[in-house]
Design a protein around this ligand. Sequence first.
Ligand code: FES
Length: 469
Amino acid sequence: MSSNTPSSTLSPPALSSPVLKPLKLNSSGLGQSATSKEKPAPVSSKLPAPTLSTLKLSTPKPSSPKLSTSKLSPPKLSFTLGGSSSAKPASKLATPKLNFSLGKSTAKVTMAPAAWSPSTTSLVLVKRELETHDSMSFTFAAADQAQFDFKPGQFVTLAVNIDGKTHYRAYSISSVPQQKQLRLTIKRVPDGLVSNWLADNLTIGDSLSALNIAGQFNSTDCAHKSKLLLISAGCGITPVMSIAKTLLAHNSDADIEFLHCARDKDNVIFHDEMQTLLAQHKNFNVQLLLENSDGFASFSANTDNPSLSHQTGMVSSEVIQQLYPDLKQRTIFLCGPVGFMKAVENIAQESDFDMANFFQESFTPAADNTQQEQISSGATATSVMLHVPDFAVEAEVIQGSLLLDALEKHGVPVIGACRAGVCGSCKCKVTKGSVKSTSTETLTAAEIEQGFVLACSSTVESDLAVALS
Ligand code: FES
């Protein structure tokens, strides 16, 4: 979500009975709705009920929620300065096969079958906004002016044609559902092909295809209390902002604390938007934790407007305890880099926090980076055979290679939208041989039993025969 492809490590879900609704574009005119080297779209983990949904046109809804615009009293922004820091934070894609899975579910399911077509949802760029020096928000409208429906916190898969080749990437949604515009906030990534291309080339009026919306990390399926603590770092703020704005719009009794961590003031995404929300909602409180706050004072120069509190340092047990003495009464939604999230998770566990109320989504590639680097450097050089009969592929690959990379390299039209084991787009079936998988998140037990794997999260361990369906 951002140059954000999701990979999730959601802690034990409190999904008593999530309702999986179809993601849809609503033509009523009512309200609204991340790369091998790029930041993966956020991954939410261990949720039993994946929420891969369809993106399609639907019938109008009777009414649309409205964002509160009432001016409330200035927000309370007091806190104690923190203590020590305990953590720092294919070519041949003429006929792509899209193997999205509805995945395993223990939830009440009211969803329609996944049945979208890449040609049905065309997004038109209507606005570009620079958020920070390296992140940008893209606001899209549906070509037919329909409205967007999704679950706050989810991501959308885009099909982006670059130099005649279609690339699929998943990006977190930063807007709220049931509106006629869909906003994606994307961060540039070093060597990130699609994210950087979008930032450099996508202009107002350009069209892209949206394939699906998905993501288990969302405030609809993740049962939560009325008191919440939203925690994000860097571009991880993207899905969390969608959650915050939606909750504020629909839950006037919610008590929402938002802790966002960034390197410095120039890297705070949505600063002005958070400030506006502070002015509108007395039940919303924001804290910024900056590694380096030099010059940040200028943010609060205008005393006519509410300003964001901030402090310098890293997330730590001391900071969390000082800011949120009622931590155990809250549900935590967390998104950011893996190291940051691990630190917060450790803090929660050390605080005897009930992890059933802890939901997180990371931007971590599902593949074992260390192993892949060794392979790239040639340190691991044992060859095995990859056989994909449907596409007449029989090729030598290095043992330990990422299956998705190997398939793409040899022209197999597999789609790796999130590249983080979350979206299910890369599902394929191993008919012979063995792989080592780090994620089976969107797969059902029956599919796993049948040999289905997620190519983005599996390494080739022996001679292998693979089918895309
Ligand atoms: S590319 Fe999304 S699960 Fe593999």
